[in-house]
Design a protein around this ligand. Structure first.
Ligand code: ATP
Length: 352
């Protein structure tokens, strides 16, 4: 693809669209990393790119930022084409803020100067506002090495937000932090970008993080966006078995489906999917023990996990054990014969 610098605006850009990615391909040394990627993000939306290590999510983020060239396709930010056939806008002209896993702060500059670095002229009030926004007003004079990991990450966020980017890109920004801090900081960051109505794209391999942070999550598997949907929809209506397995725990049963009914070893289930021989996804919390009914399973293992117990169940006629959860207050004993049923509608997919 030949690229040249331009300020061109796409004539057909959607006014509410902050980011538009169309038909992006990328290979390194002929090894394909991204394949025909499409993504449309609305203004002010929080989006997560969720996928396992090596699936290409950081490469996609770098293509959006202009740190990497796509081999094909178009990237449009706020209606302006920034990369495409014959178009290339350099990173510093894309109006994009970046926060990385390793903070990338300037070690020789104090917190206030780090925040002010990206501003075209000195603006002490703006710097003070941003430090206040991320709860670091009292750390303005401190150097990065004098700050904790969480404080450094908040400082990196303030610096990225200083020039009021139209798009904020976060590459695994919480992964160096301990679990509690990660949770608190993720909530703070979500609050800050929501208050500023800054469109944000977060890269993560952590399903819970993606679900808690984002309005919509794009599941990236082997270089393809397999589904882009709100977290609840992804979880309850996965587009494929791969997505179902990636966005939560999935028991997979064989079944014969006809319309909205499917015959399985756990009885007739209702749900959605193609007709024929299928693989049925049952989430652990969709299984429950029915008191007093005739047994169809043995509890192979019962583990206490705090608010919940985790059970492994051997259902008659099914080879593999199924995982299920129930409130820790409910009684269950290893070895007990029980009746297990599916308490919800499920999804199924054609047998490969
Ligand atoms: P992680 O969560 O581990 O960071 P990721 O999903 O972000 O993974 P990418 O960093 O986008 O994955 O990498 C996708 C693939 O592209 C990997 O196989 C990686 O080795 C390869 N890759 C990335 N950058 C380059 C490069 N500059 N040169 C060659 N190969 C690269």
């Amino acid at each position: 693809m030949t690229l040249r610098r331009t300020e061109a605006h796409a004539s057909n850009a959607n006014e509410t669209e902050a980011l538009h990615i169309a038909a992006v391909d990328k290979a390194f040394a002929r090894l394909g990393v991204l394949f025909d990627v499409h993504l449309q993000v609305s203004r002010g939306e929080r989006v997560a790119l969720l996928g396992p290590s090596g699936c290409g999510k950081t490469t996609l983020l770098r293509i959006i930022a202009g740190l990497e060239h796509a081999d094909a396709g178009v990237v449009r930010i706020d209606g302006r084409i920034v990369a495409g056939p014959d178009v290339w806008v350099p990173p510093e002209q894309r109006g994009v803020g970046l926060v990385f896993q390793d903070y990338a702060l300037f070690p020789h500059l104090n917190a206030a100067t780090n925040v002010g670095f990206g501003l075209s002229k000195p603006a002490p009030t703006r710097v003070a506002e941003l430090l206040a926004l991320v709860g670091l007003s009292d750390k303005a004079e401190q150097f990065p090495h004098e700050l904790s990991g969480g404080q450094q990450q908040r400082l990196a966020l303030a610096r990225a937000l200083a020039p009021s980017p139209s798009l904020l890109l976060l590459d695994e920004p919480f992964s160096n932090l301990d679990v509690k801090l990660r949770h608190a900081l993720r909530t703070q960051v979500a609050d800050v970008v929501t208050a500023l109505q800054t469109t944000t794209v977060l890269v993560t391999h952590d399903q819970q993080e993606a679900f808690l942070f984002a309005d919509r999550v794009a599941v990236v598997l082997k270089g393809r966006v397999c589904q882009f949907a709100p977290p609840r929809e992804l979880y309850t209506q996965p587009a494929s078995l791969e997505v179902a397995r990636f966005v939560g725990e999935a028991n997979v049963l064989s079944g014969d489906a006809d319309g909205q009914r499917c015959e399985t070893a756990l009885g007739t289930l209702t749900g959605r999917g193609d007709s024929g021989r299928v693989q049925v996804v049952v989430r652990p919390e969709q299984l429950r023990i029915v008191d007093g009914a005739s047994p169809n399973a043995t509890l192979a293992r019962v583990q206490f996990a705090g608010t919940q117990s985790r059970l492994l169940v051997r259902v008659d006629g099914i080879e593999q054990q199924l995982a299920m959860t129930q409130p820790a207050t409910a009684s269950a004993t290893s070895g007990a014969r029980v009746c297990i049923e599916v308490s919800d509608t499920v999804s199924w997919f054609p047998h490969p």
